[in-house]
Design a protein. Structure first.
Length: 254
């Protein structure tokens, strides 16, 4: 097990939790955005849209991206069943049954996946990202490895705000939405360029930080996803995700 370095903007997170809660009241403004079938900004634009169970996904999606590891291997590390992987069943047809695998159907969550360029992507809308919960819980199969890169945007609905977790190798760095990882990386540069890095203390006062989040925070997830799309070059078809047309697997929370 390798040591993990974490950049955690906890103080900013505490200050802005109330602002994030207030954003739910203006979610309808964000939900009116649409018509974006390419890129991944549309995922962030619907961050505050209530998640629906069928047939596909739209609101509250968490996204995990991985490169340097085979798609099936990565999904197996997340807990995917071999038979489900082999079947390549469209997500809309998945039912929460154990399929003979012995898994508890009441706890299983649907995930859709695909490949864009050198990246495998996994989308989930149960409130978190399976990889993020497993990594933070030190599940061995989900720990980052040398030669791999994992970038996760987890909605973190059970303990806001949403998080970025970036593992460009064996080390991982974490940041709340609205901040960067503090590593001066190309990802950090993309976040800044997209306007996804908001004022923070001590450079700005607490009142200014809260006011800025209240005014601009509803659009923050869209800006974060825009930045990650620019950094990775990943595009995910919105219509396919809405319809549940992408292959799916059932995953258990780590």
């Amino acid at each position: 097990m390798n040591p993990t370095s974490v950049q955690d903007s906890s103080r900013l997170g505490r200050i802005t939790r109330a602002a994030f809660a207030d954003q739910r009241q203006v979610a309808g403004k964000v939900d009116s955005l649409g018509g974006m079938s390419d890129g991944i900004a549309w995922i962030g634009a619907h961050h505050h849209t209530p998640a629906t169970a069928t047939p596909g996904m739209l609101g509250g999606i968490s996204l995990t991206l991985a490169r340097g590891v085979a798609t099936d291997e990565f999904l197996i590390n997340l807990g995917a069943d071999l038979d489900e992987l082999g079947a390549r069943t469209p997500c809309r047809e998945l039912r929460a049954t154990d399929g003979g695998s012995g898994r508890s159907s009441s706890r299983a969550n649907r995930a859709m996946y695909g490949v864009c360029g050198e990246w495998t992507y996994v989308v989930e809308n149960w409130g978190m990202a399976t990889w993020a919960t497993g990594y933070q819980g030190k599940v061995e199969s989900m720990l980052p490895c040398e030669g791999e890169e994992i970038l996760c945007l987890t909605a973190n609905r059970f303990s806001p705000p949403a998080l970025i977790v970036h593992a460009p190798g064996e080390w991982a760095f974490r940041a709340d939405f609205g901040t960067d990882t503090g590593q001066g990386s190309d990802l950090d540069a993309a976040l800044s360029a997209a306007g996804a890095v908001f004022p923070s203390m001590p450079e700005a006062g607490e009142a200014e930080v809260v006011e800025y989040f209240e005014e601009h925070g509803a659009r923050l997830p869209e800006l974060v996803f825009t930045a990650v799309g620019a950094y990775t070059g990943v595009t995910i078809d919105e219509d396919a995700v809405r319809a549940g047309d992408l292959p799916g697997v059932l995953l258990l929370p780590a």
